[in-house]
Write a protein that binds this ligand. Structure first.
Ligand code: ADE
Length: 224
């Protein structure tokens, strides 16, 4: 898989991808990730990438020309072009799984008030938001989406854990609380059931507390 990230801040996009599992996935050749400075495709003396809004309004928009030029250079037959924007559909695990089987992703990271709409109309296959809040910079969102996709590539997580657990992952239920040693810490004990060795009962307990936790933290998931 290859992922190209177009941004005014390549260092922001790459910083979280240069450590730990993301670093190893790239070193192992599972994925090639490259963040490009959009200014490389800007022309004119000042290499301007943004401009005022037509019709008035606050802020600046990314201009279409550098984005068109970059995409035309980077795009291949198999490329999927994704814009990171708070106006996109919300990125979920199912979409991460779907995108993990693509050959080539190109992320366009918005900045300022977003991008000229002709970019969306002509180039973009999918608009994604990482949640209902506004970041200063789509490069952060591109790194988040990249991480979620790359960890799903076979071999990325390395151990047996991953793939098995995730095939049972229920997107409408939060995980049960988890404990490790010590069994007692500052008078706080690990629930007895988890020490019982009774697997069926443990699973039953986990299902129960999962629902309670979902009810408390994410009641919206139970409505689905
Ligand atoms: N750019 C700014 N905020 C964003 C968000 N929530 N998701 C994706 N891109 C963004």
């Amino acid at each position: 898989m290859r992922i190209d990230i177009l941004t005014l801040f390549p260092k922001i996009a790459m910083a979280p991808l240069g450590e730990s599992i993301m670093k190893r996935a790239q070193e192992a050749g599972l994925v090639e990730v490259c963040a490009h400075d959009l200014r490389k495709w800007a022309t004119g003396k000042h290499r301007k990438t943004d401009d005022y809004l037509c019709g008035g309004g606050q802020g600046m928009l990314l201009k279409p020309e550098p984005i068109f030029a970059a995409i035309e250079e980077l795009r291949r037959e198999s490329s999927k072009i994704i814009l990171l924007t708070p106006q996109g559909s919300v990125f979920k695990q199912a979409k991460a799984r779907e995108l993990s089987s693509e050959e080539h992703l190109i992320f366009i990271s918005g900045h300022y008030e977003g991008v000229d709409h002709r970019v969306i109309e002509q180039l973009v296959d999918l608009e994604l938001s990482i949640g209902d809040y506004v970041l200063t910079n789509g490069a952060i969102a591109a790194a988040v989406v990249t991480d979620a996709i790359v960890r799903l590539l076979p071999g990325a997580l390395g151990d047996a854990r991953s793939a098995v657990d995730e095939s049972f992952f229920d997107p409408n239920l939060l995980e049960a609380p988890a404990y490790t040693k010590p069994i007692e810490f500052r008078g706080l004990k690990v629930p007895e059931i988890l020490l019982s060795g009774h697997h069926a009962k443990i699973e039953e307990w986990k299902a129960e507390v999962s629902i309670e936790r979902t009810q408390a933290n994410r009641p919206d998931l139970l409505d689905q």
